[in-house]
Design a protein around this ligand. Structure first.
Ligand code: NAP
Length: 240
């Protein structure tokens, strides 16, 4: 029987590419975001019972608990969890509203921690599992206007390392994938000279979402059974 992988932020961008890559690697997928896009719906229609959409707002702690319980009950043990949903509100800290700061930290850090807490119970019980957190090179490089976003991603990386130690004995691995700049809805506002200078910094060219998604399917694969607590960077060499 195919193993099941939960992917958050599945409606577009990197999350949609991860759903496609996970399905192509013969896993079943539970795709989550607040709403399904036409593209996601069409991808899931093509695979029938191997794919399902489950709506979830990563800022709603009660819904995270209830939805996790429901999917484990209805879909059986969960093999993989890809915490990909994220927002990238930018602005200099001194003028950022507290509500914007909370939105970034809840969506990018608190929500993934809570979802992991509930979903990983199924992994610990079955004695295998893969947790993959989508970070960003911003966690380590810094970027003007992204201090809170950078804090959320650095938080995810710290979370990953300690949880890897906690879960390893039950054969549950915990890793991050840290993409560099990718052209998605999140980065649509970046253009002109700023975009050119980001492009120039990547000797291999900037990664497409499908190229970052390949790092996720590697971490899900049997070949990655002994890889845990790491950050796999996919940035075309920008930070080399
Ligand atoms: P995107 O195109 O804006 O997609 C973001 C996804 O997250 C959407 O599916 C969105 O779905 C979901 N989402 C946002 N808020 C949510 C909430 N409150 N609850 C549930 N789902 C929510 O962004 P992307 O570029 O694909 O980014 C995906 C991940 O890659 C993020 O973690 C991001 O930080 C990371 N990343 C991106 C880049 C880049 O250059 N693009 C670089 C490094 C890392 P709904 O709006 O339908 O809920």
């Amino acid at each position: 029987m195919n193993k099941t992988v939960v992917v958050t932020g599945a409606s577009r961008g990197l999350g949609l590419a991860i759903v496609q890559a996970v399905l192509a690697s013969d896993y079943n997928v539970i795709a989550m975001s607040r709403a399904a896009s036409d593209q996601l719906t069409s991808v899931l229609e093509d695979v029938g019972e191997r794919g399902a959409f489950v709506p979830l707002d990563m800022r709603d702690a009660d819904a995270i608990a209830a939805t996790s319980r429901d999917i484990v009950r209805s879909r059986g043990p969960i093999y993989g969890l890809v915490n990909n949903a994220g927002i990238g509100t930018d602005g200099v800290l001194a003028t950022l509203h507290r509500s914007d700061i909370e939105a970034v930290l809840e969506t990018n850090l608190l929500g993934p921690i809570l979802l992991t807490k509930f979903i990983m119970r199924s992994m610990l019980a079955s004695g295998e599992g893969r947790i993959i957190n989508i970070s960003s090179i911003t966690a380590t490089t810094g970027f003007h206007g992204l201090s809170v976003y950078g804090a959320s991603k650095a938080g995810l990386e710290g979370f990953t390392r300690s949880l890897a130690r906690e879960a390893g004995r039950r054969h549950v691995t915990v890793n991050c994938v840290a993409p560099g700049y990718m052209e998605t809805a999140m980065t649509a506002g970046l253009e002109g000279d700023k975009l050119e200078s980001i492009r120039r910094r990547a000797p291999l060219g900037l990664p497409a979402p499908a190229e970052a998604a390949s790092a996720v399917t590697y971490l899900l694969s049997p070949s990655a059974a002994k890889v845990t607590g790491t950050v796999l960077t996919v940035d075309g060499g920008s930070t080399a």
